[in-house]
Design a binder for this molecule. Structure first.
Ligand code: PLP
Length: 457
């Protein structure tokens, strides 16, 4: 997967993204804000469709909408010709709002409510993934009450280790899915019910997976399980869903990536497709393949534009309190309120000083966000505490964070009563348009309720 680097150019010493000078965009636009690229989004969709479609024609691509469910973005995904995966009632409503047909939607989720299930089964979504034996019963009850047959695909933990962030590993004893030992009973139970139609098996193994080996293992294990459940439960499955997880190269890739560095990836979509489709074509060419890419579609489509608002030099002291060196700190106006995962997962996003992009990024800085929270400090380059930026970096400069299209807009929050950021998109014809407005002062208090009779201030 190429990073958003393909759309980044340096013109006159300044950084441009998809043809727009990022520092210049801050004239008249309050920072921080996101800039998305329709061109990159289209290219990412095309890369997935082509890589898998060439190797296994019966492939359905369901974009994992939790990566970015902005309505403009979802509309482009729809126009890009692929289908959608949702994880909650809200994502389901957004998918319908932009025009996805129910048969284009699969419904995942590890805690679906009765109301969510009811909505999905009455709509007739393509399939509901089943996270537990309990949930199987719940779906059956809801489908029976609605008088419909629910198409279901149990999600089974095929117990494959991945070398990704521990919070992103989902099929190795984590919280998602049904234990492998319970898979056959689940399919048997479903096959016996007049209100359930078992149509698939789901085995998503995690996110940001920088090796193809886990996919090979997962597909092998899944195909053995398909044989087993088809034999034991007397069903014929339509599809195997291997989920998403294809990595984005967040770190500039050296010639060889260290296997434990999950920010570094040299894999292309063809590599994943080869690993997944190879075994499938050999053993079960009749089976439809479903994939649920999120990060690999959204990640490289956006940059975040922020401004340096503070700077200082602070002494570094040894155990006896003696000042042994100095750290230069700069504070930008985007923190974990805007890029949650820089904190929650210590996620690494490359940073470039947009108005000094032509200057060598060779001087060590500590890079912090604006929140009144000691944890709001960006992880450094190469596992260090420091970012290398131009020596002259100072207040007023514009810092761009790269590859922030996935899981960022979705997870923004107004901590410190800071407005959630706006987002713009560079459309296919080069125009820049607002696709999400920033919170205003009213938004920041819109959900607060002062009970009647409370003392007035
Ligand atoms: C069930 C499921 N499908 C798809 C995805 C998307 O993964 P990614 O964004 O890494 O492609 C996830 C995220 O972990 C997931 O849990």
């Amino acid at each position: 997967m190429s990073s958003s680097e393909g759309l980044l150019t340096v013109v006159g010493g300044r950084l441009a993204f998809d043809g727009h000078d990022l520092a210049q965009l801050t004239d008249g636009r309050p920072t921080p804000f996101f800039v998305f690229s329709e061109r990159q989004l289209r290219a990412n969709i095309a890369a997935v469709v082509s890589a898998f479609g060439r190797r296994h024609a019966a492939t359905s691509v369901y974009y994992a909408s939790k990566a970015c469910s902005n309505l403009w973005f979802l509309g482009e995904v729809l126009r890009g010709g692929i289908d959608i995966e949702v994880n909650a009632g809200g994502e389901l409503r957004k998918a319908l709002q932009v025009g996805f047909a129910p048969r284009q939607i699969i419904f995942n989720g590890v805690a679906k409510t009765r109301a969510e299930i009811d909505h999905a089964v009455r709509l007739g979504v393509h399939a509901l993934m089943v996270d537990s034996l309990f949930e199987l019963e719940r779906i059956e009850q809801v489908a029976a009450a609605a008088g419909v047959v629910a198409r279901i695909a149990p999600r089974v933990d095929v117990y494959v280790p991945t070398k990704t962030h521990p919070g992103l590993e989902t099929a190795h004893g984590g919280k998602a899915g049904i234990d492998r030992d319970d898979a056959v009973p689940a399919f048997r139970r479903a096959a016996e019910s007049p209100y359930l139609e078992p149509v698939g098996l789901h085995v998503h193994i995690g996110s940001q997976i920088t090796s193809v080996d886990p996919y090979r293992q997962a597909v092998e294990a899944a195909l053995s399980l398909v044989d087993e459940v088809e034999g034991a439960a007397g069903v014929k499955l339509e599809f195997l869903d291997v989920g998403g997880g294809f990595a984005v190269p967040y770190r500039e890739a050296p010639v060889v990536c260290h296997p434990a560095d999950y920010f570094c990836s040299r894999l292309a979509m063809d590599d994943y497709a080869e690993a997944i489709c190879g075994e499938l074509e050999r053993r079960r060419p009749d089976l439809r393949l479903a994939i649920e890419p999120g990060r690999s579609i959204a990640g490289t489509t956006a940059v975040l534009v922020s401004r340096v608002e503070n700077e200082k030099t602070r002494g570094v002291r040894d155990a006896r309190g003696r000042r042994v060196s100095d750290d230069r700190w700069i504070t930008v106006d985007a923190g974990f309120n805007t890029l949650l995962e820089h904190f929650s997962y210590a996620w690494y996003y490359r940073a470039v000083v947009a108005d000094r992009a032509g200057e060598p990024h060779d001087t060590e800085f500590r890079l912090a966000g604006p929140l009144c929270d000691g944890g709001d400090v960006y992880v450094g380059d190469g596992g260090s505490a420091y970012r290398t930026l131009p020596a002259a970096t100072t207040v007023g400069d514009v810092v761009a964070f790269l590859d922030v299209g996935a899981y960022a807009l979705e997870t923004m929050h107004p901590y410190n009563a800071r407005p959630r950021a706006a987002a713009y998109a560079v459309l296919g014809d080069g125009r820049l348009e607002l696709v999400r407005r920033a919170d205003d002062d009213d938004d920041l208090v819109a959900h607060d309720v002062v009970p009647a009779g409370a003392p007035s201030t």
